[in-house]
Design a protein around this ligand. Structure first.
Ligand code: ADP
Length: 200
């Protein structure tokens, strides 16, 4: 941790203001749901900052846990199962579910052009959202990677899994009247406006 004496007063003040602003915001529990490439990862950091939320990417968490097969990975899996149980017992406790609705045909171009900064989850796109320098994260300057499963062939099976396993979850939330559909095919800024409107 940094020594407080090394932190500029102006930075301390802006952090204090940020915390004050956050303390006044109501707690919100949101779920972003949608097929791979629908823009969840692009929109969530914006909402996270605006509403002072904590962003959990369940996809990233699961992938990391399964891939590691370490005791920690197994524990992560156990913890997620427990969380599921808790949510089942207590009701969802979810304020809003945003469904990133999009036609499958758009997703191949999005997925094959996606580049990711692994530690933050920031995503870029060679055509739609290019980084300032190709292959490099704008903020940290660290290298970007392409996910191994971000290719046309694997996408087909990921989409089949989405339709058979995730769509029933969308129906479940629709019946609970917490679901808002977001037109995820629009340009990123317009999607952000839709998301903000749904949350206001
Ligand atoms: P998800 O998290 O839902 O899998 P991402 O947010 O990572 O999707 O977006 C997938 C790819 O599409 C990324 O490369 C991203 O830059 C790009 N993208 C995201 N939203 C849009 C949009 N509205 N229009 C065009 N490209 C987008």
């Amino acid at each position: 941790m940094a020594d407080l004496e090394d932190v500029q007063t102006v930075d301390l003040m802006s952090e204090l203001l940020r915390r004050l602003k956050c303390a006044q915001k109501p707690d919100k529990r949101l779920i972003f749901i949608g097929p791979p490439g629908s823009g969840k990862g692009t929109q969530s950091p914006i909402v996270k900052d605006e509403y002072c939320l904590c962003h959990l990417s369940t996809g990233d968490m699961l992938r990391a846990a399964v891939a590691s097969k370490t005791p920690l990975g197994l524990k992560a899996k156990e913890a997620m199962d427990k969380l599921d149980e808790m949510l089942k017992k207590r009701g969802t406790g979810i304020d809003k579910v945003l469904n990133f609705a999009i036609d499958d045909s758009v997703l191949e171009e999005r997925i094959t052009g996606r580049w990711i900064h692994p530690s933050s989850g920031r995503s870029y796109h060679t055509k739609f959202a290019p980084p300032k320098t190709p292959g490099v994260d704008d903020i940290t300057g660290e290298p970007l990677i392409q996910r191994k499963d971000d290719n046309a062939e694997v996408l087909r099976s990921r989409l089949a899994a989405f339709h058979s396993q995730t769509e029933p979850v969308i129906d479940y939330y629709a019946k609970k009247s917490v679901l808002t559909n977001i037109k995820a095919e629009k340009p990123p800024k317009e999607v952000t406006s839709e998301v903000q409107k749904a949350l206001s």
